[in-house]
Design a protein around this ligand. Structure first.
Ligand SMILES: [Zn+2]
Length: 316
């Protein structure tokens, strides 16, 4: 049985696989086997697979596997899974879907300060006491630990990871993502960079993606991510890029992950990556030439992959 949430003994908190992955790369979690079932009174052993992989793909996505036995009264194994219902057609012939509010994921653009907190108590202390404390002290986990409810998303990487997970468990059509107060279908948030006119793009940030070349800037203080395809302004083709400065990487808690991926790719004979970023392009002009540029607020807003992690329809 798959679990959406587990209790991390090392972090002293309920975590979904995305947060487990973040905490592993931030050094708070060091062992993929130190998780237990989130159910009250249950200590079934749980492992988080693929925690240590710097790759994510349709085959490699972090997820929990239960190895131990659940307690007899465990609410997680005996409880109901997330309720997914399709209602009969309405009078207008439109299929009506009821979506439990728990399966609208909320994408937040800032992480709470407590996100990377290490446990204040000895992790070897009683796990049930630790679970109770985590439930009462961590505001963003109040609903965690019950069936199918996971925490907010704080990075583009986690949006991609959930998309992959929901596709594999066939719940994608029921899932929504809430960005800046708007609920949108998961399928509709990804936009390929492919010679679109700037005027035809959404007037708000979305997740843009595409293949890009990665190299160092001339000053050698940043990586340049130059998309293979351009954006257009009328008939003018604008080189489309984004920059990840060494200073930005250095300030990022998951710098090991980001630095590993960028540096590996930029040293390849063919230094290309499949890149996602949340933002909106702006035009800059330098020496008479105009460029489209995506400015990154922080590195949670970009995901750099060795290969296309999504199904083949996206891989172009
Ligand atoms: Zn259990």
């Amino acid at each position: 049985m798959a679990l959406d949430v587990a209790f991390s003994l090392e972090a002293g908190d309920f975590v979904d696989p995305d947060r487990a992955y973040d905490l592993y790369w931030a050094g708070v979690i060091t062992n993929k086997r130190l998780f237990v079932c989130p159910g009250a009174g249950c200590t079934a052993q749980v492992t988080c697979a693929n925690l240590d992989k710097d790759v994510q793909s349709m085959r490699v996505v972090p997820h929990f596997k239960v190895y131990g036995d659940h307690s007899e009264t465990c609410g997680v194994v005996n409880g109901k899974a997330v309720d997914l219902k399709v209602e009969p057609n309405g009078p207008d012939g439109q299929e009506r879907r009821t979506v439990d509010e728990s399966i609208v994921d909320v994408f937040k653009l800032e992480r709470p300060d407590s996100y990377y907190d290490e446990p204040t108590q000895d992790p070897a202390a009683d796990v049930q006491v630790a679970k109770k404390r985590a439930k009462s002290t961590r505001p963003y986990t109040t609903k965690l630990g019950e069936s199918g409810i996971v925490g907010p998303i704080y990075s583009v990487r986690s949006v991609v990871s959930r998309y992959i997970r929901y596709r594999s468990d066939n719940t994608l059509e029921f899932r929504r993502l809430n960005i800046a107060g708007q609920d949108v279908a998961y399928d509709s948030i990804f936009k390929c960079i492919w010679e679109q006119d700037l005027n035809d793009l959404p007037d708000h940030p979305v997740i843009y993606y595409g293949w890009a070349y990665i190299d160092r800037t001339r000053k050698d203080d940043a990586y340049r991510i130059k998309f293979k395809k351009c954006l257009m302004r009328g008939t003018e083709s604008l080189t489309t890029s984004s920059f990840v400065s060494d200073a930005l990487i250095d300030r990022y808690r998951l710098k090991n992950l980001m630095a590993t991926r960028l540096s590996k790719i930029s040293q390849e004979p063919k230094p290309t990556a499949f890149v996602f970023l949340y933002g909106q392009p702006t035009v800059r002009t330098s020496n008479g030439t105009s460029y489209a540029n995506f400015e990154l607020k922080n590195l949670d807003m970009i995901d750099v992959n060795y290969d296309c992690p999504l199904p083949s329809k996206y891989d172009r």
